[in-house]
Design a protein around this ligand. Structure first.
Ligand SMILES: Cc1ncc(COP(=O)(O)O)c(C=O)c1O
Length: 426
């Protein structure tokens, strides 16, 4: 694969670009260099996806279909992290440090507006793993209580519940996945059957990271709420991809990472904590530098943090909001549709992800006939295509997770490579 490192000149060119797109200076803190953000709109007001792609450092010849794992950040995010770190480290004076700590509140406001909830309900964590663990650690559960989980949840969810179950004596009950996606009604019934008068918590994943199955988050939360059951919706695969409206879904908890679909900085994340549950939720960390708003005043004590990254997180959320999250969801879903359509034409390929748009989004997993998924992923990387392999008995496969920075030519390259490997062998 051709490697590419961006020279200072190229970097400067990237920021000088704009065409018909508007270039705005982001609001800056005292003395920091302004960051220029290109809002990717055509003169007709539609989104110019090529301009979106041009803001990423990934060279054009690299096809990155791995958003479900880790997304690159666009250049303005990197520039913000760099500029503010540079300023902080050149003049580490108390006044600037105090000002930098305040940036969390700007980001909190952005996150609240983006998820359609209040800033008092937003905790800025380090990632989904931490958010999920704060939930399983922060609720009073005792021997005899039950927690219902989906067995295809991520380990930061399921392993945490099971380990804490051993420690505190509560029982963990699992709802098994079925493939192909059996439909929302099947899962509503399966979760309902698993709930008993002793169930205290229901924990499931909004969009699964394995095969990309979408779950009826709102209906499951309604069902749980009627029974007084607390809900944790793991949003690692929906935050930044779907147009998530938590005022509609109304979970008790919702978790996400900035460094996945939002394309934000690394090691920043979110935990939404519904006002209705806050008096029953304990902090997992006690330290200095908590937040200024709502629950963050007691539950966000993580000590010294990477404040430039926290600021860049808010900036990136603002960027997604300006493009329109609905448009991003549609664009990523459309590219996934194209992937599914093209893979369906290849004999021997089995697609685990549902065809039906209402049951999935932009995570597509398939078995490449008799080829070993890990070998396929390695060959793809050598051909300049980034994907992921899933092990395990249930869904050994290759995962393509396209995002708004991809295009149909990425689909042609990636599916063309699969076709070639199947024809020639690996
Ligand atoms: C559904 C789900 N939950 C949680 C996580 C953990 O995310 P992070 O590594 O950002 O904490 C992942 C990561 O892939 C995930 O897919």
């Amino acid at each position: 694969m051709a490697t590419h490192s961006m020279s200072r000149r190229e970097f400067a060119r990237l920021f000088a670009m704009g065409g018909s797109a508007a270039i705005l200076s982001h609001q800056t803190l005292l003395g920091s260099k302004p960051v220029r953000i290109t809002y990717p709109f055509t003169s007709a007001g539609t989104v110019d996806w090529k301009t979106v792609r041009s803001q990423f450092l990934m060279p054009p010849e690299l096809t990155v279909l791995n958003a479900a794992n880790l997304c690159p950040s666009p250049a303005p995010v990197l520039e913000t992290v760099y500029n503010y770190t540079q300023r902080l480290d050149s003049e580490p004076v108390p006044s600037y440090r105090a000002e930098m700590r305040e940036v969390k509140e700007h980001t909190r406001k952005q996150l609240a507006e983006y998820l359609k909830v209040t800033p008092e309900e937003i905790l800025i964590t380090r990632n989904t793993s931490e958010s999920n663990n704060w939930v399983s650690n922060g609720l009073d559960l005792k021997a005899g209580d039950e927690v219902v989980i989906f067995s295809d949840n991520h380990p930061s969810n399921n392993e945490a519940w099971k380990e804490r179950g051993k420690r505190f004596g509560f029982i963990v009950k699992e709802v098994l996945p079925l493939n192909p996606h059996p439909g929302f009604d099947y899962y509503l019934e399966a979760f309902e059957k698993a709930m008993t008068p002793r169930t205290r918590v229901l924990s499931f994943t909004h969009l699964s990271n394995t095969v990309g199955d979408l779950f009826p988050a709102k209906e499951l939360c309604v069902m749980a709420r009627k029974r007084g059951i607390i809900t944790l919706v793991d949003g690692a695969q929906s935050f930044g991809l779907l147009d998530v409206d938590l005022s509609d879904i109304q979970p008790d908890f919702y978790s996400g990472s900035a460094h996945k679909w939002p394309c934000g900085p690394k090691e920043t994340g979110v935990l939404f904590v519904n006002k209705a549950i806050q008096d029953r939720f304990w902090p997992s960390m006690y330290s200095a530098y908590k937040g200024r708003e709502g629950l963050a005043q007691t539950h966000e004590g993580l000590g010294q943090r990477d404040t430039p990254a926290l600021y860049a997180f808010g900036q990136q959320i603002e960027f997604l909001r300006k493009i329109g999250q609905g448009k991003i969801e549609e664009r990523s879903g459309d590219i996934a549709t194209k992937i599914i359509e093209e893979l369906q034409k290849i004999k021997g390929v089995y697609i685990y992800t549902p065809n039906e748009r209402a049951l999935r989004s932009a995570v597509v997993t398939f078995r490449p006939a008799n080829l070993k998924p890990a070998k396929v992923v390695k060959a793809l990387e050598e051909d300049g295509i980034v994907s992921a392999s899933l092990g395990g008995e249930d869904w050994a496969g290759v995962r393509f997770s396209p995002h708004f920075y991809n295009s149909n030519s990425d689909v042609e390259r990636a599916v063309g490579a699969i076709r070639r490997y199947l024809r020639k062998g690996l």
